[in-house]
Design a protein around this ligand. Structure first.
Ligand code: C2E
Ligand code: CA
Ligand code: CA
Length: 426
C-alpha cells in the first residue's frame, strides 16, 4: 500500500524529470547549432540523510537547499538548476564555448562549491556530495543525457571530484585537471623557463637580436610550447604566462647591450585593455630599453577586431616598442591589408622558407618587394640550409632565424655567443 504522500512525491519526481529532459533536448539542439557543449551535473547529497537522522527532516531539507543555492549562485543566468526530489539536484550548463579544458574547468568549480561543509543551526554537516557529469556535443536526447549522468554518479566517490559518464572522458578529464593544476603552479612559482634563439643580420657573426620562447617541463619532460600555450589560451592562464615570459625576457635583455628581444604575444593577451600598461610596468621594473623590445603577433589577430588591434598597436608603439607580424603568409591577410596596421617587421613563415618550390619562392620575392615599398623589415624563419640562406640574402632579406644559424638556447648561451669574436666590455 502506498500512501497519498508517496504517490504525490513520485508524480512530482516524474514531472521534474520530464521537464529536465525537455530542457536538455532543446539545449542539445542549440549546442549542435552553435558547435558548443552542453553539460549535465547530477548531484547527490548523501549528507542530507545523515543530517536528517541526526537532527530531523528539516535539517535534511536544509542541506539540499543550501547546495541548491550554491549551484544557482555559481551558474550563469541562462543555466538551470532543478531539485529532482529527495537529495538529488540537477544543473545544466548550456552553450559552453571552448574545448574540454573549459568544460572541465566549469564543472570542477561547481563540484568544489557543492562539496564544502554546510552550516546548519544544529551544527556543521559534511554534504558528502557525489557529482556525475554527462557532456553532450551535438544532438543528444535529453533522457539519454539524464541516463549518462546517473551512470556517472554511481562512480563518484564523495570526495568532491566529479565523475564523467564514460571511462574514456573520465580518464581524459583527470589528466587534464592534473595538467592544468601543474601549469598554473609552474606559472605562479616561476617554473616557466625562457629559451632564446639568436637572430642574425646577413654577413654578421654576432647575433643582432633574439626571440624569447617559453619552455616548460612537467615531471622532467619538456611539454611542446604549442601545447601548453594553447591550453593557457583556452583556460585564461595566458595573461600570467605571457607576463612571466616578458619579464624574464626583459631582465635578460637588460644584460645584453644592443640586442633586440622579440616576445610572442597571444591575441587573447592583446585584447586585454590592461596589456599596454602591463608592458610599460615590466619595462620600467626591468630597466629594459623599450626600443629594443619587439612584440610578435600572429596574423590571426588581424581577423578578429581590426579597430581594437590598431588601437593596441598604437599604444605599444607610443611606448617605443616595436611590433612584428609573425608566421606571415599562413593567415588570410592580403598584402594590401597590412597598410592599415603599424607593423615594423614581417616574419616570413618557415613553411615558405623550407620549401624550395616555385610558388614559395614567388611568395618570398613578393613579400620582400612589398616590404621594401612599405618600409617593413623582414625576418625569414626556419633557415636550415646554406642554400636557403644564400637565396634569402641575395633577395635582400634583413634578418635570418633558423637552426642553421642557431638553435634556441639558455640566457647564458646567448651571453657566451656575444662574447665570441668580441672583446669583453672593459
Ligand atoms: P614561433 O613564434 O613561430 O616560434 C618559432 C618556432 O620555430 C620555435 O618553436 C623555434 O624553436 C622554431 N624554429 C626556429 N628555427 C627553426 C628551424 O630552423 N627549423 C624548424 N623546424 N623550427 C625552427 P617552439 O619554441 O617550439 O615554439 C613554437 C611556438 O609556440 C612559437 O612559434 C609560438 O607560436 C609559441 N610560443 C612559444 N613561446 C611563446 C610565448 O611565450 N608566448 C606565446 N603566446 N606563444 C609562444
Ligand atoms: Ca614568434
Ligand atoms: Ca613564427
Amino acid at each position: 500500500m502506498t500512501t497519498q504522500n508517496e504517490t504525490d512525491r513520485r508524480t512530482r519526481r516524474r514531472e521534474a524529470r520530464a521537464a529536465l529532459a525537455r530542457h536538455l533536448t532543446q539545449e542539445a539542439d542549440r549546442a549542435a547549432r552553435n558547435g558548443t557543449a552542453l553539460a549535465l551535473l547530477h548531484v547527490e547529497a548523501d549528507g542530507a540523510a545523515d543530517a536528517e537522522s541526526a537532527h530531523g527532516p528539516a535539517a535534511g531539507r536544509a542541506v539540499v537547499s543550501a547546495i541548491r543555492s550554491r549551484l544557482a549562485k555559481s551558474l550563469r543566468s541562462y543555466d538551470l538548476v532543478a531539485h529532482m526530489g529527495g537529495a538529488t539536484l540537477a544543473a545544466v550548463l548550456s552553450d559552453v564555448r571552448g574545448g574540454p579544458a573549459v568544460v572541465s574547468g566549469l564543472v570542477e568549480r561547481l563540484a568544489a562549491a557543492v562539496s564544502r561543509p554546510v552550516r546548519l543551526q544544529a551544527g556543521v554537516v559534511d554534504p558528502r556530495t557525489r557529482v556525475g557529469v554527462a557532456i553532450g556535443r551535438g544532438r543528444v536526447a535529453g533522457p539519454e543525457m539524464i541516463r549518462r549522468a546517473a551512470v556517472a554518479v554511481a562512480r563518484a566517490d564523495g570526495t568532491g571530484a566529479p565523475a564523467y559518464h564514460d571511462p574514456e572522458t573520465d580518464r581524459e578529464m583527470r589528466l587534464l585537471r592534473g595538467f592544468h593544476d601543474d601549469l598554473r603552479q609552474a606559472i605562479a612559482s616561476g617554473g616557466i623557463e625562457v629559451a632564446f634563439q639568436p637572430l642574425f643580420d646577413p654577413g654578421a657573426d654576432a647575433p643582432a637580436g633574439v626571440e624569447a620562447l617559453a619552455r616548460w617541463s612537467r615531471d622532467g619532460r619538456p611539454v611542446p610550447p604549442d601545447v601548453f600555450v594553447a591550453h593557457a589560451e583556452e583556460t585564461g592562464l595566458i595573461g600570467a604566462l605571457g607576463e612571466a615570459v616578458l619579464r624574464k625576457a626583459c631582465e635578460a635583455g637588460a644584460g645584453w647591450p644592443d640586442l633586440s628581444v622579440a616576445v610572442n604575444v597571444s591575441p587573447i593577451q592583446l585584447r586585454d585593455p590592461g596589456f599596454p600598461g602591463m608592458v610599460e610596468s615590466v619595462l620600467a621594473e626591468t630597466g629594459f630599453d623599450p626600443g629594443r623590445l619587439e612584440i610578435e603577433l600572429t596574423e590571426g589577430v588581424l581577423a578578429s577586431d581590426p579597430a581594437l588591434v590598431s588601437d593596441r598597436l598604437e599604444s605599444l608603439r607610443s611606448l617605443g616598442v616595436r611590433v612584428a607580424l609573425d608566421d606571415f603568409g599562413t593567415g588570410f591577410s592580403g598584402l594590401g591589408y597590412l597598410r592599415h596596421f603599424p607593423f615594423d617587421r614581417l616574419k616570413i613563415d618557415r613553411s615558405f622558407v623550407g620549401d624550395a618550390g616555385m610558388a614559395s619562392r614567388a611568395i618570398i620575392d613578393a613579400v620582400l618587394g612589398m616590404s621594401r615599398a612599405m618600409g617593413f623589415e623582414v625576418t625569414a624563419e626556419g633557415v636550415e640550409t646554406e642554400a636557403q640562406k644564400d637565396y634569402l640574402v641575395e633577395r635582400g632579406c634583413d634578418r635570418l632565424q633558423g637552426y642553421l644559424l642557431g638553435r634556441p638556447t639558455s640566457q647564458e648561451g646567448i651571453t657566451e655567443l656575444l662574447g665570441q669574436g668580441r672583446s669583453p666590455a672593459p
